[in-house]
Design a protein around this ligand. Structure first.
Ligand code: NDP
Length: 424
């Protein structure tokens, strides 16, 4: 686009000036970008063509007891009711001891994909025999991770289809998620495969399907604690288990079931400075692990208890990427006060299960809208231009009306303003 040539080479203020020079934004709009750029030096270190820092609200989820310890969990999200839902779910579970977690060994996986392989079985065998040499190439590419007690753990060769092989490296990245160190190691392994075996390397990249980094959160709730609206707790527990069953058999429901889980997980992951796209990719791939997309959590009634369980890959780090450089991430880590990346994994899985419990509980009792509407009405009031001192007034009128939409909110705000000016 004209005027945007070599945009990435411009300074921050030159980039903003171009936006007005090219009539893309007004002076006032550029001022808005400037005001929101709280730490431009940091922003420029994080991304390309930096303009500003886009704000999302951060709040605190309460009531979490995980493996016998209490946690405060900062969550970053723009959607109303998510933090309330997580705190509510956690409060129900807290009454009977909180969440319990277990995890696999924390390891990541990377792939070197070979193409044009003529004899798949013989090539697989040959590469497996080279395991020590290939693992050494990986170590040499990033020796510091071995000094930290990690490094490559195993090499696995998988036949994908005619002509295609995947050489997988399983790597202990210790406290890092490890994308960059894994990719460096894989490129070294790819070079070795090219030079020693004349293999045709298609690409070398980590896999976000981190099946070696699984965590499970579980909880037990006496069904009696779920009684509500005159319905006995057992009946509600059975409905909740049935709702979880629907998410196992119907992908349309499973997608929404899992979106609810990821509401909490993404919010906690963003607050931790980790790459939430990686967590999303891992979760959804895991949800489809047997060929059908299913709900990530399950709930069942066992005697007088409702038992819930959520398993998913949570490849987060406590170092690396943005974690060490964004000051708020450090503040959030102090709030959570977990010890390490594994501790963070366990918190994240517990948040997902709490979120899911709150959503299903609402769905099989009052419906989801009741809890959503108060903040939704605040957003509606703000969207039609209500000022700070008008928001509560608009909300209280909207709450009494049978329907709420933007036109109605606008009308309510106009009435409030008319009344105020008449009283002046
Ligand atoms: P970094 O590149 O920042 O690497 C982590 C660094 O942390 C290492 O270099 C290591 O230093 C240092 N470190 C300090 N203490 C420890 C410890 N105890 N254990 C392990 N490492 C330690 O980050 P990652 O490699 O973790 O990569 C994450 C980033 O990669 C994210 O920003 C993500 O968005 C991005 N990414 C993701 C991709 C994907 O998911 N597909 C693809 C590409 C990038 P030293 O070198 O001295 O050992």
């Amino acid at each position: 686009m004209q005027g945007f040539e070599k945009y990435y080479r411009k300074t921050w203020s030159q980039r903003l000036d171009i936006l007005t020079q090219q009539n893309k934004l007004s002076e006032k709009q550029v001022e808005q970008l400037k005001q929101n750029a709280v730490t431009p030096v940091l922003g420029e270190a994080q991304i390309e063509n930096f303009l500003t820092q886009f704000q999302l609200p951060e709040g605190l989820a309460l009531n979490f007891v995980i493996d016998g310890k209490e946690y405060l969990i900062p969550m970053v999200i723009e959607e109303p009711s998510v933090i309330a839902g997580a705190s509510h779910g956690a409060a129900i579970v807290k009454k009977t001891g909180g969440f319990h977690t277990k995890s696999s060994r924390r390891a990541m996986r990377g792939q070197v994909v070979l193409e044009n392989v003529t004899d798949l079985v013989a090539t697989k065998k040959k590469i497996e025999e080279q395991e020590t040499e290939l693992m050494q190439a990986a170590v040499d590419a990033h020796p510091s991770i071995v000094k930290r007690g990690g490094g490559p753990l195993a090499l696995k060769v998988r036949i994908l289809e005619q002509g295609l092989l995947s050489v997988d490296l399983i790597i202990d990245t210790k406290e890092a998620m490890g994308a960059n160190m894994i990719n460096s190691m894989l490129e070294a392994v790819a070079d070795k495969l090219r030079t020693t075996g004349h293999h045709d390397v298609l690409m070398a990249i980590l896999s976000n399907y981190t099946t070696e980094c699984l965590v499970t959160a579980s909880c037990q709730i006496p069904v009696a604690n779920l009684a509500k609206n005159g319905l006995p707790g057992l009946k509600i527990a059975q409905k909740l288990a049935q709702a979880s069953r629907v998410a196992q058999v119907d992908p349309y429901r499973a997608a929404t079931h899992n979106k609810g889980i990821m509401n909490g997980i993404d919010a906690a992951v963003i607050a931790s400075g980790n790459d939430w796209r990686a967590i999303e990719a891992a979760a959804h791939a895991y949800a489809a692990r047997d060929g059908q997309y299913r709900g990530l959590s399950t709930w069942k009634v066992a005697g007088d208890q409702l038992e819930g369980e959520l398993s998913l890959p949570v490849p987060v780090g406590s170092v690396g990427g943005s974690i060490g450089i964004v000051p708020l991430v450090q503040v959030n880590s102090a709030l959570r006060s977990e010890k390490d990346a594994l501790g963070l994994e366990k918190i994240i899985a517990s948040v997902g299960l709490a979120q899911n419990l709150a959503a299903l509980y609402a769905l099989v009792t009052d419906g989801i809208q009741k809890g959503h509407m108060n903040l939704q009405m605040k957003s509606l009031a703000v969207s039609v231009g209500a000022k700070e001192d008008e928001i509560e007034q608009v909300v209280s009128v909207l709450q009494k009306l049978p329907q709420q939409d933007q036109a109605i909110a606008q009308h309510v705000l106009d009435e409030i303003r008319n009344e105020a000016s008449e009283n002046e």
